[in-house]
Design a protein around this ligand. Structure first.
Ligand SMILES: Nc1ncnc2c1ncn2[C@@H]1O[C@H](COP(=O)(O)OP(=O)(O)OP(=O)(O)O)[C@@H](O)[C@H]1O
Length: 538
């Protein structure tokens, strides 16, 4: 996963991050020159010291040229062809990339349109495309997708036995080279919905035609570094053993290493828009072969602040297939998406744009001055505190102060994570949280979207976010794949902008509404974002 922060051992003037600034420093030759790994840092596959680099050939973490040499010699031994058999065994030739099912030339899987519609409604899918154009039928298994055999094996190893509903429809549609705008519940498997077709396409290209120069073939843009790290990690897991290499391009890590890795040949770039623009303006990166562009958390990435950068990247590409995903897709996002790609198929799965039904929402009315005390009460209560817990706050300073206050007042270990921390600190905090050494992580929006915090079943929204969309994503951190979770949210008059939508949401699921909220004079004062968007459209 940590491939990005490292440089290749062959790069003689590798860059390292010192106090947040990138500085030039020579590659370590001997493993004794390398320091010990800190908790959460990658470790050398040979000696266990800090794995500062990635081996170009095996993708393993290594600490120095010395360990790289040992690694490669071991690798060579392990991959030596077996001695020739005395008799020849005939292996049936079956290239997955060229395999076409005879009964499925129209992508219908041999089903009638009535059967397809009924299948979609049974699995909670809603699909919309250009009038008259066919849309591939959903698949019920990964094996019906004609994926490379290794990819299928990797899915199996990762525990992906059957596709989730969104994967059932998005994967065949993306494999059919269509532009997609997909909205599906938080934690429903959207990441694999785009990674599977991306890996299949990229490795297929490489298997068909071996070239010396391996320019990037696909690009994933996501709004936060943590999300990019996670997506790249999953891409590596699913693409293992295939001609499929990845590069992570995020801020906070030295640019030199990221450039070197791309120039050495990768199939997929995963990055944040800002760092990608930085990279593209300062370095000559060949993008003409990028044929798939993924915009993860598309509604966020098309908002002000990111939008211009994303458009600049889109314009640098030559009309790629565009795959767009989020749990919250509004009409306005649909409109913006259609300015990026033509003939889009819109897929909706489950109940997107509403908080996950697997998460119990508990709304507590608390005045701002009393929020801390209320939080401590919850954390000290055996009945209510269900670690590990993410506490969402509205500011970076707030995150630091609150994590310190939690430690002092309750004695429970808490750390903070936000955009002002160095990449090293962010990785360390997340690692300590994931491994259970720290049970509370106080976060700004950096962990609000997309991040897969598997063991987390409780989030506390200390400061309500600015929009219901962000609330939906933050609530979603408490549940993956339909597991049960709880989201406790502190609300007071400062959040009046959200009252109307919040109450609608709570009523629709029959959840308790605090008296102050139910009787608030602001309930009718602010139109819901849904209504605002329609007005805007008109
Ligand atoms: N087919 C599958 N079978 C089993 N587990 C799966 C499958 N697909 C995805 N998962 C797992 O489900 C979890 C949630 O997936 P993922 O992170 O892709 O959700 P998401 O829809 O992107 O959520 P969010 O909107 O919160 O980002 C992950 O832990 C992932 O490994």
């Amino acid at each position: 996963m940590e491939g990005d922060q490292k440089t290749s051992t062959a790069d003689c003037a590798a860059a390292v991050d010192v106090g947040g600034e990138a500085e030039e420093c020579p590659v370590k030759q001997r493993c004794q020159e390398q320091r010990e790994a800190l908790p959460g840092e990658p470790r050398c596959a040979i000696c266990g010291r800090y794995g500062e680099y990635i081996c170009d050939l095996t993708d393993d973490d290594i600490c120095s040229i010395e360990c790289k040499t040992i690694l490669l010699s071991r690798h060579e031994k392990a991959h030596k062809p077996a001695p020739e058999l005395t008799h020849h065994v005939k292996i049936p030739i079956r290239d997955e990339c060229f395999y076409v099912r005879d009964n499925d030339r129209d992508g219908s899987g041999g089903l009638t349109s009535v059967q397809i519609d009924s299948l979609r409604s049974k699995i909670g899918l809603c699909v919309k495309g250009v009038k008259g154009a066919s849309i591939p039928a959903p698949v019920l298994s990964f094996s019906s997708c004609d994926l490379p055999e290794k990819l299928e094996k990797n899915l199996e190893t990762a525990g992906y036995v059957i596709p989730t509903p969104v994967q059932m429809q998005a994967i065949p549609a993306a494999l059919d080279n269509r532009n997609l705008l997909v909205s599906a519940d938080t934690g429903s498997g959207k990441t694999a919905s785009f990674l599977v077709p991306v890996i299949s396409r990229c490795s297929g290209v490489r298997l068909r035609c071996v070239t010396e120069q391996r320019n990037p073939l696909a690009m994933v843009l996501a709004p936060t570094r943590e999300l990019c790290i996670q997506v790249e990690k999953e891409a590596k897991i699913l693409g293992k053993g295939l001609p499929f290499k990845t590069a992570l391009v995020v801020g906070g890590d030295p640019l030199a290493g990221q450039v070197y890795r791309i120039q050495n040949g990768v199939e997929l770039i995963v990055g944040t828009p800002g760092r990608l623009i930085d990279l593209l303006t300062k370095h000559d990166i060949e993008l003409s072969e990028v044929s798939v562009l993924v915009l993860d958390e598309v509604d966020c990435i098309l908002q002000k602040g990111f939008r211009d950068q994303v458009m600049q990247i889109v314009q640098a590409l030559s009309q790629p297939q565009v795959l767009m995903f989020s749990a919250t897709v509004s009409r306005e996002v649909e409109r913006m998406a259609s300015s990026i790609a033509k003939h889009i198929i819109c897929i909706s799965s489950g109940n997107p744009s509403t908080p996950s039904s697997s998460v119990k929402q508990v709304i507590i009315w608390v005045e701002s001055k009393k929020k801390k005390q209320k939080l401590f009460e919850i954390l000290m209560s055996k009945q209510h505190f269900k670690p590990p817990v993410v506490v969402f706050v509205g500011s970076r300073l707030g995150a630091d102060l609150l994590s310190e206050a939690i430690c002092t007042a309750t004695g429970i270990k808490a750390l903070s994570i936000h955009g002002e921390k160095t990449m090293k600190e962010r990785r360390e905090s997340l690692q300590l949280f994931i491994t259970g050494e720290v049970s509370i992580l106080v976060s700004t929006g950096v962990l609000g979207r997309g991040v897969d915090l598997l063991k987390v079943h409780q989030v506390i929204i200390f400061d309500m976010p600015n929009s219901m969309e962000e609330y939906v994503h933050q609530v979603g951190r408490a549940s993956r794949m339909g597991e049960e979770g709880t989201a406790i949210a502190f609300v007071n008059e400062e959040d009046k902008k959200l009252f109307r939508e919040l109450v609608q949401n709570l009523k629709s699921i029959g959840a308790a509404i605090p008296r102050e909220l139910a009787n608030s004079k602001y309930l009718g004062a602010y139109p819901s974002s849904h209504q605002k968007k329609r007005k805007f459209g008109a």
